[in-house]
Design a binder for this molecule. Structure first.
Ligand code: FAD
Length: 175
């Protein structure tokens, strides 16, 4: 490590840029859906960006397979968002809490316990089977029923993030 650092000619200051969850991942007419980092950039401290992107892809593939006709594709995209949205937002939040834990740790304190900064085990993330979840939700509620609550959840998110209807921030976040 010392050798590597001594032989490094220059360093790059790579800023970690955080984004609040977007109010929606779906275009107005539900013909375009964002997945992966374009929908939800993750802090590296969550260690979840790639896995959540893959789970999005699996969910999109599953709802498309379950929809009956071409006309149902926009409904399937709304169902994809509805199935994934809360889960992904919660996973995004873990990036913030783990960052806080690591950045605020006093490594030189006498009573410092390395166990206190261990990466938390998050079974609700690690054991999530995106295909099974999508099939179970669509079987239980149907594609179109799943989309009914979406307006409500978007309104709730806009309120939480202080966004107007177009997703613009109305006042500065307290984060
Ligand atoms: C240093 C580092 C470490 C990471 N470690 C982890 C980890 O341990 N675990 C984890 O789960 N995640 C990790 N991630 C996050 C993970 O890499 C991303 O979350 C994941 O790659 C997102 O996948 P994506 O397909 O959404 O986007 P990307 O992988 O960014 O793919 C987007 C693709 O689109 C292409 N593209 C862009 N613009 C255009 C255009 N106009 N036309 C055509 N193509 C275009 C890009 O070239 C790219 O190939 C890490 C990321 C970094 C940077």
């Amino acid at each position: 490590m010392v050798h590597a650092i001594k032989n490094t000619p220059s360093c790059l200051d790579w800023k970690l840029v955080y984004r609040d969850p977007l109010p929606t991942w779906i275009s107005e007419h539900a013909r375009i859906a964002l997945i992966g980092d374009s929908a939800h950039p993750f802090l590296p401290t969550s260690v979840q960006g790639a896995s959540q992107a893959i789970e999005d892809g699996v969910t999109v593939a599953t709802v498309l397979k379950l929809c009956g006709s071409k006309e149902e594709i926009p409904t399937a995209m709304l169902a994809y968002e509805n199935i994934r949205y809360d889960h992904v937002c919660q996973a995004q939040e873990t990036g913030k809490s783990i960052r806080e834990m690591w950045h605020k740790a006093d490594l030189y304190a006498q009573e410092f316990d390395p166990e206190s900064i261990k990466m938390p085990f998050r079974p609700w993330i690690f054991e999530n089977d995106a295909e099974k979840v999508a099939i179970a939700k669509v079987s239980a509620l149907g594609l179109s029923v799943l989309t009914n609550s979406i307006r409500k959840s978007r309104r709730r998110l806009r309120r939480v993030n202080c966004l107007d209807r177009d997703g613009r921030r109305r006042r500065k976040s307290v984060d």
